[in-house]
Design a binder for this molecule. Structure first.
Ligand SMILES: [Zn+2]
Length: 131
């Protein structure tokens, strides 16, 4: 065979070209293929991490909204919306709590959600039965 680097004729069984020391036992196509595979995998990981982050952020926004409704809860519908938002974020946070890397995030969301749900329920009871 011929060395792909310097073009000189070399032994078919050689691992390295004796003239330029280029590795010749691995085909260039294989290397490119493996490189492409790795790039694809890296891309997949990046995309999934990005999606995960977006999901986390949406759930946190949901939990915070649930809490915020307490301060603008002048109507039963807003309170119910707050409870629903709190429940949604609570369920999502409980589903993701097994992931240790996201534990802090999940705990934060759970705290926000529970606070939001409880305050809204209190508001609702207060508005419906006391006023
Ligand atoms: Zn060579």
């Amino acid at each position: 065979m011929y060395c792909r680097n310097c073009g000189k004729s070399i032994n078919d069984k050689a691992s390295y070209c004796p003239y330029c020391q280029t590795r010749v036992d691995i085909k260039m196509e294989e290397i490119i293929e493996k490189q492409n595979e790795m790039e694809l995998k890296i891309e997949e990981v990046l995309v999934s991490q990005n999606n995960e982050l977006k999901t986390n952020q949406s759930i946190l926004v949901c939990a915070i909204l649930s809490l915020v409704t307490v301060f603008i809860a002048f109507h039963e519908i807003i309170m119910i919306a707050g409870i629903v938002l709190g429940l949604i974020s609570l369920i999502f946070a409980l589903l993701t709590i097994k992931n240790k890397e996201r534990l802090k995030y999940s705990t934060l969301i759970i705290a926000f959600s529970i606070a939001g749900i409880l305050s809204n329920i209190c508001w609702l009871i207060f508005t419906l039965w006391v006023l």
